[in-house]
Design a protein. Structure first.
Length: 269
């Protein structure tokens, strides 16, 4: 048996998977049926296995349920169809345009830090300014940005608002677990929650007076720096790898931080 066929043989019924995604999204059968332009009876038959959905039906339901592309391929396999979405390695020739776009974004953001991560928060690429955050951190931690940030041997001792930043990152990861149902991400969340933290970690992000974002407050060689970040993704991905890439760019939140980063970059040159 080929790998694809073996995976399909181990897969649970497509109706069961669709029902789980519908429950996860907290959508009723009626609302999903209306959105997908099918009858509630037909959808019920699909979910219980009494009716086998067509390829188009699987894709339509996956799109209406906002199922990640990787999981839409698994839905198709469970229904007996070939995957619809490619999954190219970033180094493949077909990904040249993607690599160029990523490098352009990273280089254009200098002298401020920016990094690219995949769906498991593993570091894919970064610009030189990221060295400000990860310089001196053990190499085995830098492969995953969440471990690099929250591990006591990583950035954590230098983050002066660690409790606040930790709550922000764990909240993002928790929402990603809810969105994707990825067991690997759930394991990562459990691991990160076990890391020690010597600051109070708020359960809910409640802004204080004048707050407009959660800052990252980082002490670098005795200088206190403050950042905010933005997150970018590819707008119309049809490839699993591209859909899962995230570019996080950090900006100085005050004039002193901006000046420090400019002077640091000039000194390197």
């Amino acid at each position: 048996m080929t790998t694809t066929v073996q995976a399909a043989a181990r897969q649970r019924p497509v109706g069961q998977l669709l029902r789980e995604w519908r429950d996860r999204r907290r959508i009723s059968q009626l609302d999903l049926a209306i959105s997908a332009d099918i009858s509630t009876r037909h959808l019920s038959f699909v979910e219980t296995g009494r009716s086998q959905p067509s390829r188009d039906m699987v894709l339509r339901l996956g799109e209406r349920l906002d199922v990640p592309l990787r999981e839409r391929n698994r839905l198709l396999l469970a229904a007996g169809f070939a995957p619809a979405y490619s999954e190219n390695a970033l180094g493949d020739p077909d990904m040249d345009a993607v690599r160029r776009a990523v490098r352009q974004l990273l280089a254009g953001h200098e002298p401020y830090p920016a990094a690219v991560v995949d769906r498991t928060w593993d570091l894919v690429d970064a610009n030189a300014a990221v060295g400000l955050f990860v310089g001196g951190i053990p190499a085995e931690l830098t492969t995953n940005v969440l471990r690099a940030t929250l591990h006591p041997d990583g950035m954590a001792p230098h983050i002066t608002n660690l409790g606040e930043w930790r709550a922000h990152l764990l909240g993002r990861l928790r929402r990603q677990v809810d969105q994707t149902a990825d067991p690997g991400l759930a394991d990562l969340l459990a691991e990160l929650r076990g890391y020690p933290c010597d600051q109070p970690v708020p359960e809910v992000e409640v802004p204080g007076p004048g707050d407009i974002f959660v800052p990252l407050k980082f002490r670098h060689e005795g200088t206190d720096l403050t950042f905010f970040s933005t997150v970018a993704t590819f707008g119309t991905p049809l490839d699993v790898t591209v859909a899962e890439l995230v570019i996080e760019a950090f900006f100085p939140a005050d004039a002193a931080t901006a000046e420090y980063l400019r002077e640091r970059a000039a000194a390197v040159e």
